[in-house]
Design a protein around this ligand. Structure first.
Ligand SMILES: [Fe+2]
Length: 317
């Protein structure tokens, strides 16, 4: 019998198969790809053996992945939802953004960022079409690790409308709403007009929703506003700010809450002077949050813009 056939016939146990697959990938020329492939095979095979996956369950996994792929469009990214709800996005975030003490912590990017948010002046209203939310002013400064202001930092902001839906999920999915790009002034200050953020369920009409339901989990995210901050000479940060009163802070469906990102939204029954200047007549919420950026490391700026560009490109395919 030829040598090759002899070897195949000897690969009869579960562990023999794992060893054979690892051996087959061991000649991968790129060292990082080799590390990833060998780690993936090792853990994937160990998982299948640990749970003793049945053929029916294996087929169900194929069906789930197929359904997830079919749900993806320029308005929906089911695989990011899987990553987020399985906690993988936050593990990747924590590995990639080990910040020095004092720098603003990052959190998940999520699937709802869109390119092309309009440039807004100081105090610009990202919620101009939202007629039901309570006007809210978010202000603060962008600072370096020494507390010095960073001028002309860009704050790319996005949020759900007060109905809990992002623009892409609502009736005019092609119109941008609840998004804007702001810049810090010479003293590092910024001012954003929006509506009070609300908690909302992540899309649960697909395989991610089925997983949450079958495992006794809820789909809710605590009220938050998304930010990507970029400034020349500093590492960008992708983050949220959260409302301290939200009942889902402890059980965010995507595990994204960090203590340092929780803010107090204060209600004023009559407009503050700043709110009055912007033409707000009734009750208004205000909150303040200072973003602290660390000096640029290698390639970081590429990463954040790469994530934005790649998410947009996924939808265009
Ligand atoms: Fe969100």
């Amino acid at each position: 019998m030829p040598d090759g056939q002899d070897k195949i016939r000897r690969s009869t146990t579960e562990d023999d198969i794992t060893a054979a697959v690892l051996a087959r990938f061991s000649a991968t020329p790129d060292p990082r790809l080799k590390q990833i492939m060998l780690g993936l095979i090792k853990h994937l095979h160990a998982f299948v053996k640990e749970v003793e996956l049945t053929e029916a369950e294996w087929f169900q996994a194929i069906e789930i992945l197929t359904e997830a792929g079919k749900m993806c469009s320029d308005k929906r990214q089911e695989f990011i939802l899987f990553s987020d709800t399985l906690g993988v996005s936050m593990v990747v975030d924590l590995i990639g953004h080990r910040k020095p003490e004092g720098a603003t912590e990052s959190t998940v990017f999520g699937p709802f960022h869109r390119l092309g948010a309009p440039q807004m002046p100081r105090g610009g209203n990202i919620a101009h079409r939202d007629t039901t939310g309570v006007p809210t002013l978010v202000s603060g400064r962008v600072l370096d690790l020494e507390g010095k202001p960073i001028a002309n930092a860009e704050l790319d902001v996005w949020q759900t409308q007060s109905n809990g839906l992002y623009d892409a999920q609502d009736s005019n999915p092609n119109e941008l709403h609840m998004r804007g790009k702001f810049h810090s002034d010479g003293e590092g200050r910024y001012l954003i007009r929006t509506v009070l953020p609300v908690n909302y369920p992540i899309p649960s009409d697909g395989p991610v929703g089925a997983m949450l339901k079958a495992t006794g989990r809820h789909p809710w995210r605590p009220a938050h506003i998304h930010f990507v901050l970029t400034a020349d000479g500093y590492d960008p940060v992708t983050t949220h700010i959260f409302d301290r009163t939200d009942p889902y802070l402890e059980s965010d469906a995507v595990f994204a809450v960090k203590d340092s990102l929780i803010c107090d939204f204060t209600r004023h029954e009559t407009p503050t002077p700043e709110a009055a200047k912007l033409g707000i007549a009734g009750p208004v919420y205000t909150t303040e949050f200072d973003f602290v950026l660390k000096p640029a490391g290698a390639e970081a700026k590429t990463d954040v813009h790469d994530a934005q560009r790649r998410l947009a490109a996924l939808g265009a395919r």
